[in-house]
Structure formats: C-alpha cells, structure tokens
Design a protein around this ligand. Structure first.
Ligand code: MSP
Length: 536
C-alpha cells in the first residue's frame, strides 16, 4: 500500500484537487438522451460520480451531485414519432427507466434534472438573451452536414466515406437553415491560457493534449446554437421559428441544476456555494462540447471554469463502443438481478481503468465477483464471524496487546488508507483505490492464516487469541468504511454485522486512520455469506 502511495506522490500528484480539501463539492454526470433506455455505458459515469459524492459526504464536504436527462433535439423527437407519441409523452415515459435504474444502483443524486424542467428552460432563455445582448450571439445561416444521432454538425473534411458521421458512422444529413451563432472563437485564447496555467484541468492528460491541439490548430469556428428545422426544443426568445440547439441547452443544466440565473435577483444561494464544479464526468466522445464550447460559454457568462473535467473511456463489446441503437443490448437491470447492485458497482470500477476503453464480458464479471467478493471479502467476514462465534460466543474480545501487532500498525497508518483513498479518488483512479483497499482485505486473510486462531485456541493462548480476533474485527470495521463509497449496501451490512452503531455513511472518513473504535463486547453476528459464489 505504501508503495502505491509513494508512486502517487512521485508521479501523479503534481497538483492536488482543491475539492478534496474544501467544504463544498459539486459533481456532475452527462445528462442522458432519452431516445432509449439506459445501458451500461450510462451507468458507468453515474456510478463513478456516485462514489465521489458518497466519499465527499464522508469527508464532511457539503456535496451536490447532479445527474439527469437530455430531452430535447431531433434524435429524441424522432424516437417519439416512431412510437406515435408526442415528444413530451415520450420523454415523460423514458425518464422512468433512468430513475428506476439509479434507484436500484443506489445512486445518491441530489437533483435529477430534466431539460424540460421549467426552471431550466427559463434560465436557458435568459442566458440566450444575455449573450445576445452582449454581442456573443449573432444571426447567421448554416449550410452543411448534421448527424442526428450525435446531434452534431460536421465539416465535410471530417466525414467518413464522404457521407458518414465520424463518431457513430451513420449517414449525415444536409441542413440548410437560418441560425444563431455563439462566438466560441472569441474565447479560445483565454481558454487556452487557463488550460496551460493549470486552472482548468482536463483529465486524463491525453484528452487535455487533444483539446490543446484542436484549439491550436486554428480550425475551430463559431458554433450554430439554434435550429429552425425542428420544433422540439427551448424556443429562442423573440424568434419562435427557432429552437435552441440541444447541446447549448443541455450544457447549461450544470448551472440551472444548482440554481444559477443570469439575472442575479433570481439566482439561488446554492449556486455560489457549489460553483465552480469540482468534477464533471463525461465520456470521451463529448470532449469537444465540454472542453471547448462549454468553457467558452462560461467565460462569456463571466463564470469560473470547472475545476476538472474527466473524460472516461468506452465500454466495448467486440472492441466496439456499446450502444443500444447498434443492437448491443446489455441491460444493467439483468446484471443487477443476477449479481446485485454492489457487485455491479464494484465490477465496473475495479475491472476497467477509468480513462481507457475496456472490453466487457460477463465471464470477466463472474470471475471478478468470485475472486474479489466471494473469496477475498466474503470469506474474510464469514470466517471471522464464525471464529468469533466459536471462540468468544460472538462477542468481540478486548485487545490485550493494544494494537501493536503488525497488522494494526499497517492498517491504521494513514498513508496506507486514508491518504491513499484521497489521492486515488482525487484523480478518479477508482481501480487503483479499490486495489489498495483489496490489499488490506488480502492482508487480513493472510493474517488469519499466519496467526492461526484455531492453534492459539488449542494451545490455550487466550490473550493472543483475543488480540487476533479483535484485530480482525477492527480491521473489518476499517474496510467497511473504505468500501462504503463503492459498495454502500455491503458496507452497511458489515457495519451492522460487527456491531457498530448507526450508519457507516455517517462515520467521518478520517476514522479509517484510527484504531480501536470498535468497542469490545460488541456483538459480531454470524450471517449468510455476503457474496455467494457464482457457479457457471
Ligand atoms: N446528451 C448528451 C450529453 C449531454 S451532457 C450536457 C449525450 N448523451 S448520451 O446518452 O448519448 O451519452 C451520455 C454519456 O454516456 C456520454 O458521456 C457517453 O460517452 C456515455 N456512453 C455512451 N456509451 C458508452 C459506452 N459504451 N461506454 C462508456 N460510456 C459511453 O451524449
């Protein structure tokens, strides 16, 4: 563990994320199109954001976690038409599968924003007016290619085979219409400066490099931010033939969601408390919108840029981006039915490196659940509970040697756990954070083997036995705190099983670096294995 920490310090902590130390923490996910039901790609960002939100609440930070749905635009309108519904009827129906899935995955969002929410629509129009009045929005006309699936305009030079979208490979459509434009170009020099000064962080570094080269290439143009060809969108104020472009509308959810309003008297106090956002999680396909257009909009509004935007990789199937509309159906609900929400959450964040693509297979998932959850964690708790029952009637003994054994020394050392978690999660290195926690789980299992409580019992070495059993129980208490942001249900189950009072969620995170919080005489219950082995 110490090695991981030293590595982090040496190579990665060039800067420390402010959010991990300040008392307000604002995290967002992309808002999802409601043309179809959610898939494992959507759940990936949302679970990751939930881990950060839960972790920050444990750190005592005043946390706001925003997620929601992106409901306007041509793609959603067409999905509605295909079902012979109005767009509003369709979106009202489609929000449910998202909310239901988030509930099943224990997503602890503070607000679920819909771009059809009245306060959002009103704010988008007010911002449109403000930017128009200050000369950052102007009327023009657009003629070119548009991909409805990506809701994106593309220059001809970027098309594949002359007429295919470079992102989703679908055929693009020719659009010729009057538009309003937003002056992105005007803000690019300022944006570049902020990126280079480290005031606006795009992670992983490769994505930041991409954004910098794109700006430096000089190829970026002002963006069209209204459409006349469609009706399903926020109307442009004073020009009802136009609706606001779905991306301009959608990006602003990050502000309306916490109560921003350009007319200051309408702004909610929450806005300043939470802005600038600490972490905005996105997928790598929407980098340009979030790292060029979005910051330009913020600069135009005179607002600070988010502290960090993290673009994760794609979950792939046969090396292709998983996408429902390409018929690659992996329903997160089926996986939750089979393996449970915590195993689901654990698998996706421990198996894949967040910034890189990762190939999904159910076999890998089963393997991981069996080895890490059934064997390592499940057995640790199960064996300890059984021995506690057998040797101490299920009552945690007092530690005679007072925490000076090697395991206690290791686990209570702040660098090994508390600091490692702050450092890894500060960089959104979920996988590394879990590896470091599982280091403890495995060490505790080894500690059982090495100290052989059954032999101590047999030889009548009662004091040593008490120390070993206390150490195991207290070690498990620390582990349950460490896994809580990732696996909230399991952490609470363990918390109750070992006899800790209240909720693990309310336990200050820094208690992971304290030894001796589990009171002797607590009842450590025997229970069913936490994760039954999956037989295939
Ligand atoms: N509505 C826009 C986002 C607006 S945010 C102001 C959008 N929606 S989406 O539903 O198409 O995609 C939402 C997110 O899911 C994106 O970050 C995208 O990268 C992510 N994923 C979609 N498929 C994915 C995988 N197969 N793997 C991982 N994430 C991927 O874009």
């Amino acid at each position: 563990m110490y090695i991981i920490y030293a590595f982090l310090h040496r190579y990665c902590l060039g800067y420390t994320i402010k959010s991990m130390a300040k008392d307000a923490f604002y995290v967002t996910t992309p808002i999802y199109y409601v043309n179809d039901v959610p898939h494992i790609g959507h759940a990936y960002s949302t679970v990751a954001a939930d881990v950060l939100a839960r972790f920050n609440r444990c750190l005592g930070n005043n946390t706001f976690f925003l997620t929601g749905t992106d409901e306007h635009g041509q793609k959603v309108a067409r999905a509605a038409a295909a079902k012979e519904l109005t767009p509003k009827q369709h979106t009202d129906q489609m929000v449910k599968p998202f909310k239901d899935l988030w509930k099943r995955l224990n997503i602890s969002y503070d607000r679920f924003i819909r771009t059809t929410d009245k306060d959002h629509e009103e704010m988008v129009q007010a911002i449109f007016n403000k930017l128009k009045e200050q000369g950052d929005i102007y009327a023009g006309h657009y003629e070119g290619w548009y991909c409805v699936h990506e809701e994106t305009f593309y220059p001809e030079s970027q098309l594949e085979d002359g007429n295919k979208c470079p992102e989703c490979k679908r055929e693009v459509e020719w659009v010729k219409e009057e538009n309003y434009y937003f002056k992105v170009k005007k803000y690019l020099p300022g944006l570049l400066k902020l990126i280079k000064a480290g005031d606006f962080n795009i992670l992983p570094q490769t994505r930041q490099n991409e954004v910098v080269s794109l700006i430096e290439s000089g190829s970026l143009e002002d963006v069209s931010i209204s459409r006349t060809g469609i009706k399903w969108g926020v109307p442009v104020p004073g020009d009802p033939e136009h609706v606001i472009y779905v991306w301009f509308d959608a990006l602003l959810n990050y502000l309306s969601g916490i109560g921003y309003h350009p007319n200051n008297n309408k702004q909610k106090p929450t806005f300043n408390g939470y802005w600038p956002a600490d972490v905005q999680i996105i997928g790598k396909d929407i980098l340009k919108f979030h790292c060029i257009i979005w910051p330009a909009m913020l600069l135009a509004l005179g607002l600070e840029l988010p502290e960090m935007i993290f673009a994760h990789g794609f979950l792939t199937l046969g090396q292709e981006k998983i996408s429902k509309s390409k018929g690659m159906v992996i329903n997160p609900n089926d996986l939750i039915d089979k393996y449970g929400a915590d195993a689901y959450r654990y698998f996706f964040l421990s198996e894949f490196t967040f910034g890189l693509d990762g190939e999904y297979t159910e076999e890998t998932m089963i393997k991981k659940i069996n080895s890490d959850l059934a064997n390592d964690l499940g057995n640790l708790v199960h064996r300890t509970a059984n021995m506690m029952q057998k040797y101490f009637d299920g009552v945690v003994p007092a530690e005679i040697k007072n925490g000076d054994n090697w395991f206690a020394m290791h686990i209570k050392h702040p660098e090994n756990n508390a600091e490692a978690m702050k450092a890894t999660l500060g960089q959104l290195w979920f996988r590394l954070a879990l590896e470091s926690i599982w280091g403890n789980v495995r060490i505790l299992n080894k500690y059982i083997e090495d100290s052989a409580p059954w032999a101590l019992k047999k030889e009548g070495r009662e004091e040593e036995l008490a120390t070993v059993m206390y150490t195991l129980a207290e070690g498990i208490r620390i582990i349950s705190q460490l896994i809580y942001p990732f696996m909230p249900e399991t952490a609470q189950k363990i918390w109750e099983q070992i006899g800790m009072p209240g909720n693990v969620a309310d336990e200050p995170f820094d208690n992971v670096a304290k030894w001796g919080l589990l009171k002797p005489d607590s009842t450590f219950k025997v229970s069913e294995p936490l994760f039954p082995r999956i037989e295939v």
